[in-house]
Write a protein that binds this ligand. Sequence first.
Ligand SMILES: *Cc1c(COP(=O)(O)O)cnc(C)c1O
Length: 388
Amino acid sequence: MHETSVVSRAIPALKQPIHVTSPLLPDIQNLHVRLREVWEKKWVTNNGEQHRQLEEALKNYLEIDEISLFNNGTLALVLGIKTLELTGEVITTPFTFPATVQALDWNGLTPIFCDIEKDSWNIDAYKIESLITDKTSAILAVHVFGNPCNVVKIQEIAEKYHLKVIYDGAHAFGTKINNKPISRYGDMTMLSFHATKLFNTIEGGALIFNDPALIEKVNSLKNFGLVSPEEVKFSGLNAKMNEIQASVGLEVLKIIDEERTKRDHIRRTYENELDEVPGIRIVTMHHKESSSYQYFVIEINENEFGRSRDWVHEEFKNYNVFTRRYFTPLCSDFAWYSHLSSAHKKNLPQAYKTVSETLSMPFYGGLEKEDVIRICEILKSFYSKVVQ
Ligand SMILES: *Cc1c(COP(=O)(O)O)cnc(C)c1O
């Protein structure tokens, strides 16, 4: 039985509301200088100067061969899938943001949901094979919270069954494995540059990949399928990044390393403070992987901690701390997937467990160390020992 004590609020609430994230905004003066250039040239979208500069800068920063910029990550994924000409069924994860599976919907593809790993919360590569049918054309995996999937095992399966692999890397800006950029794995990786993401262009995204043969098609698909001013080769969309977005991106890129360093300090503070708390687990990085510092997520085991994740999420609000329950609901819970057997709860035990136990904590460079410590103290004060 749980202790029925009234919660003491000995720790004062934070003075200002603290949210999960806060957009990384560049220096306004520098941005102004750049925008003035754009205004003078009057070239405001369609592969302008800022756009070209940002592509080059990101190729260098991310150590990648090919990049195509988009007006958001969702359309990048929709058109990445279109580029690879996938058909039928695509094996994916239910524990992700709706955009991942909606990108399949918009391509007329059926998601087949695969359960996730207990530790990393990514697609369980060892469960993929049993879901492959003669309709399967690809695996769409997500590097959840910036932690890399089991890319080696996924590649092995893809080669064995001649499947394409596309990664939703919305959280994985700058993530590396064995010192190699994450995009070395799979046919394509999508990045999101939404304001809530580590690197942002307010709204924006990209496809990154290794095969130079794909670039012309990708660039055409985001520009109405045009390959020259009067030739339409593909059924495309309008998904181009404009010069204002690219200008923001170039200025944000200048401060990204500083932001990562700050987030690393915040991560260490959280880890030190929460290390010994029974029932609280912090997702651990696999060996030799560098983090994207996108989110800081904890897992709350109700039996050991004495309080449920939902209780903690609600109670934090009384202290002006606004955490997030990513990714509630699971994508497999969407009404239009209820006919899929892979979407049934009994086939996704780990995903259901994880989605009820994980909590995204405030995590951004501007967060003061003392506030992080306060948040941890509040959390620790929630601990409610189980009376045997
Ligand atoms: C943010 C996000 C997206 C969507 O990206 P947008 O740039 O907002 O369109 C897709 N997948 C995941 C996992 C995300 O977190």
